[in-house]
Design a protein around this ligand. Structure first.
Ligand code: CDP
Ligand code: CDP
Length: 220
């Protein structure tokens, strides 16, 4: 049997992975996995249990038995709606801390693999094309300048009526880029077989069209 197709979208924070991935999944009728939300959930669960975010054994145990569920755009942790909580800056930073721990990544590996179901999967993260689904027939590396990405996060916060400071956002983003790119296990890096798309000057629809074009061969 032909393997279930996977479209892997990797890239740094605010490159547009989530928005583009969701639209592509909808257009194709594919399953959708936002792998970053799993790392965010592990960080949140750890913080709620008072676990230090470098306690690999405790965090791997949490990751292996993560009581998380997804209903449309709503995310639950042990029955609590944590959709907004996992998007907080504390969870963004926390996620990138727990993500350096090999035992946490190992525990989340099989959970991510289980999303590969017919008719296909759109998965986004940092290591989808390199580690989770290295045989994905379509791989995209989305990126954008740090300034463009900080600007997007700024707009998102202002739109939600939340406080936002451009300098803080830019330095947090650079710090997280560095941690994600420099870690020993599954660092953020474009694999040679991934198509590179810089969305700094692009609309979301242009990025969606690019991915759909890359995926066109899957439909025939
Ligand atoms: O998932 P990721 O962190 O890569 O990014 P996102 O959450 O999908 O996008 C961050 C913000 O940038 C969202 O508000 C998008 O609407 C916006 N965006 C944009 O303005 N232009 C793009 N080409 C891509 C995303
Ligand atoms: O939305 P944004 O791109 O800012 O972050 P995210 O995709 O939700 O991921 C949050 C953090 O989880 C990242 O900074 C990475 O450290 C980590 N992550 C990872 O290591 N591997 C993945 N496949 C996805 C996320």
């Amino acid at each position: 049997a032909t393997p279930v197709p996977v479209i892997g979208i990797d890239g740094p924070s605010a490159s547009g992975k989530g928005t583009v991935g969701a639209r592509v999944a909808e257009a194709l009728g594919f399953q959708h996995l936002d792998s970053g939300s799993l790392y965010r959930l592990v960080a949140l669960a750890g913080m709620r249990e008072g676990v230090a975010l470098d306690d690999e054994v405790a965090l791997a145990r949490i990751a292996a038995a993560l009581p998380a569920s997804f209903e449309g755009d709503t995310v639950f942790l042990a029955g609590d709606d944590v959709t907004n909580a996992i998007r907080s800056e504390a969870c963004s930073v926390g996620a990138s801390k727990v993500a350096v721990l090999p035992a946490v990544r190992e525990a989340l590996f099989w959970r991510q693999r289980a999303y590969r179901r017919a008719p296909g999967l759109v998965a986004e993260g940092r290591d989808i094309g390199s580690v989770i689904f290295p045989d994905a027939p379509v791989k995209i590396f989305l990126t954008a300048s740090a300034e463009a990405r900080a600007e997007r996060r700024y707009k998102q916060l202002i739109d939600k009526g939340m406080p936002a400071n451009m300098d803080d956002l830019l330095s947090d983003l650079r710090e997280r880029d560095a941690r994600d790119s420099q870690r020993a296990v599954a660092p953020l890096k474009r694999s040679e077989d991934a198509a590179l798309l810089d969305t700094s000057e692009m609309t979301i629809q242009q990025a969606v069209d690019f991915v759909l074009q890359q995926a066109a061969a899957l439909r025939s």
